[in-house]
Ligand binder design. Structure first.
Ligand SMILES: C[S@@+](CC[C@H](N)C(=O)[O-])C[C@H]1O[C@@H](n2cnc3c(N)ncnc32)[C@H](O)[C@@H]1O
Length: 261
């Protein structure tokens, strides 16, 4: 499977994903991933950023409060339509572009920085996308992105629970198993059947790279790794959403910040 077919799955997921995430069901994004990502972000005030794979735009809108201007791009027409509609009702000066991370429609050295929240692992052509991000960032700028953790989020991840139902350990396997778009069918953990109604389960193509493959691609493209982070739920997040507890035992996500010299 290539990025075009994977992108079609994302476009099909977009309507339901937008509804459920806007209703607060993307708890790992809202309570774990995005807060940690923003803590890792350097001062970007006065800067022009690009958000690659923006989805319905929740994280772009938060980002727009930290910097001068954000351009947001996504492959899915449905997601971009929802992101634009939000901008119409609540303008933040965000420019939305329907486009492809592998062929960014911008000249080289356009942006002071770029972000990609949980999007760069959604297609197999990682090297092309990272090279494109590198091309459009100005020298001295950076790319910061989050992905599912290659080590701890394998297809066979299984939570081991104690008698009280608390996760005490996690079992993994298949770290080196290649994945070429096998479809994973799931929804957000709090989106019960009653909540979902007619919204179908998501169908998400799975692509995998090991941690060393991610690092080696970043380096081969020319990036210099500046920082990494493995976010976990804080006490406040756990109090609000006890179901996040497995994220305290082993991380679901990893964040990288990489600079263009
Ligand atoms: C897990 S969602 C994350 C959305 C958003 N960044 C967030 O954190 O809520 C992955 C996003 O990557 C987008 N995507 C997938 N392939 C893409 C591509 N080739 N170019 C740009 N965006 C892509 C999907 O359409 C989807 O919006």
């Amino acid at each position: 499977m290539d990025h075009r077919e994977a992108g079609r799955y994302w476009n099909d997921n977009a309507e339901g994903w937008t509804q459920l995430s806007r209703a607060g069901h993307d708890t790992f994004r809202d309570w774990v991933n995005t807060p940690a990502f923003l803590e890792l972000l350097p001062d970007v005030s006065g800067k022009h950023g690009l958000d690659i794979g923006c989805g319905e735009g929740h994280n772009t809108r938060i980002l727009s409060e930290c910097c001068a201007h954000v351009t947001a791009l996504d492959y899915s027409e449905v997601f971009i339509r929802h992101a634009r509609a939000h901008e119409v009702t609540e303008a933040r000066g965000i420019s939305h572009v329907h486009g492809n991370a592998l062929e960014l429609p911008f000249p080289e050295n356009t942006f002071d920085f770029a972000t990609a929240f949980m999007s760069l692992m959604e297609f197999p052509e990682t090297e092309e996308a990272l090279a494109e991000a590198y091309r459009v960032i100005k020298p001295g700028g950076f790319l910061q992105f989050s992905i599912t953790h290659p080590c701890f989020n394998t297809t066979t991840r299984k939570n081991i629970r104690d008698e009280a139902g608390q996760v005490t350990a996690v079992q993994y396997g298949d770290y080196f198993a290649a994945a070429n778009g096998e479809i994973e069918t799931w929804t957000f953990s709090t989106a019960t059947e009653e909540v979902r109604g007619d919204i179908p389960l998501f169908q998400v193509p799975d692509f995998r790279k090991t941690l060393s493959e991610w690092v080696n691609i970043l380096v081969s493209v020319g990036f210099q790794i500046q920082a990494m982070r493995e976010p976990y739920p804080t006490d406040a997040a756990l109090a609000a959403h006890p179901s996040l507890q497995a994220g305290r035992i082993a991380p679901f996500f990893i964040h990288f910040r990489a600079g263009k010299p």
